[in-house]
Design a protein around this ligand. Structure first.
Ligand SMILES: [Zn+2]
Ligand SMILES: [Zn+2]
Length: 310
């Protein structure tokens, strides 16, 4: 079924999830659990649970940006059908599974004479400098710029970052993506929240709602395990699937993709996810568009559009 406005390929915004694993990747190299065993695959073919560390490619028309650059970023970019230098790279927080890919990217910045723009929240910039001191000349500005409060444009999309609680790990940042409605094109809003737990309602009201208080059109949400209720809350750092299903701002989103998945999630068992929700896998491409919710579609007298590719 197609909607009344077939997408113009040049206008299409997407997220490609190059890496969808938690900090240790799947399989854990030391682990023989059923998920890790399936992930290793058969006859050289990886299993469906094989997941690398976080890196997400945003595309808007001819423009692109990486949202985080985990240690497997090089492999993820190498799987693309052709060469791609993103226009910008954003780093959410200074955890290895989100920034070690900067090793390759900062080398490229030097090689390409600064052509690749790297951004991080202001408080994260010095943490990156401490991790990659060779790339930050003494007294110089360094290759990583603070994300300005008003955000950074990537094609038609504005990328902003906001601070979120990261449980036992302190805090992280999440990304807010917005494309304004313009003549001939619908706007949409999305958030990429990979490393968070216990987001307070007032923060969610500000950052995890669309214009007018409606739900986000698209939410990428990190859920490392299916159910961590057996672990003390004080030791946890990311939502689990059980909690995600109860979050009002997740329930209100048009489509939800659960990512940052450890070996505690078997993507072959997704039957309990409600309509519009799915588990991520490496290289999954998610369209960014205005979600058509059944009630809104009925009110407007038009058929609901499918929210993801078949
Ligand atoms: Zn992480
Ligand atoms: Zn983290």
């Amino acid at each position: 079924m197609t909607g009344p406005h077939p997408p113009d390929p040049a206008q299409t915004d997407t997220l490609t999830l190059l890496g969808t694993g938690d900090s240790k990747g799947v399989p854990r190299f030391w682990c023989a659990c059923p998920v890790c065993t399936e992930a290793r695959g058969l006859d050289g073919r990886p299993g469906v649970n094989r997941r690398t560390r976080t890196a997400t490619l945003l595309r808007s028309g001819a423009r692109s940006a990486l949202l985080d650059a985990g240690p497997d970023t090089h492999a993820g970019l190498a799987r693309l059908p052709g060469p791609l230098v993103p226009d910008a790279v954003f780093i959410s927080h200074a955890h290895n599974d989100h920034l070690l890919g900067l090793g390759d990217l900062l080398d490229y910045v030097r090689y390409a004479d600064g052509r690749l723009r790297v951004y991080a929240p202001p408080e994260v910039v010095p943490q990156i400098a401490a991790r990659f001191p060779y790339a930050f000349p003494a007294g110089g500005a360094g290759p990583v710029r603070p994300i300005p409060p008003q955000g950074v444009p990537v094609g038609e999309v504005t990328v902003r970052a906001f601070r979120v609680p990261h449980g036992a790990n302190g805090h992280s940042h999440a990304y807010r993506l917005d494309r304004p409605a313009r003549a001939g094109g619908e706007g949409w809003s999305a958030a990429v929240v990979t490393d968070a737990i216990g987001i307070p309602p007032e923060l969610a009201r500000t950052w995890l709602r669309g214009p007018g208080g409606a739900g986000l059109d698209t939410l990428l949400l990190g859920t490392s395990f299916e159910d961590e209720s057996g672990a003390p809350l004080s030791g946890r750092s990311v939502y689990d699937v059980r909690e995600a299903l109860t979050l009002p701002w997740a329930q209100a989103a048009g489509q939800v993709v659960l990512t940052h998945l450890s070996h505690g999630v078997d993507v072959r068992r997704a039957g309990h996810l409600p309509p519009g929700w799915q588990y991520a896998h490496d290289d999954l491409t998610v369209p960014l568009a205005a979600a058509t919710r059944p009630s809104a579609a009925l009110a407007a007298g038009r058929p609901a559009r499918p929210q993801q590719e078949p």
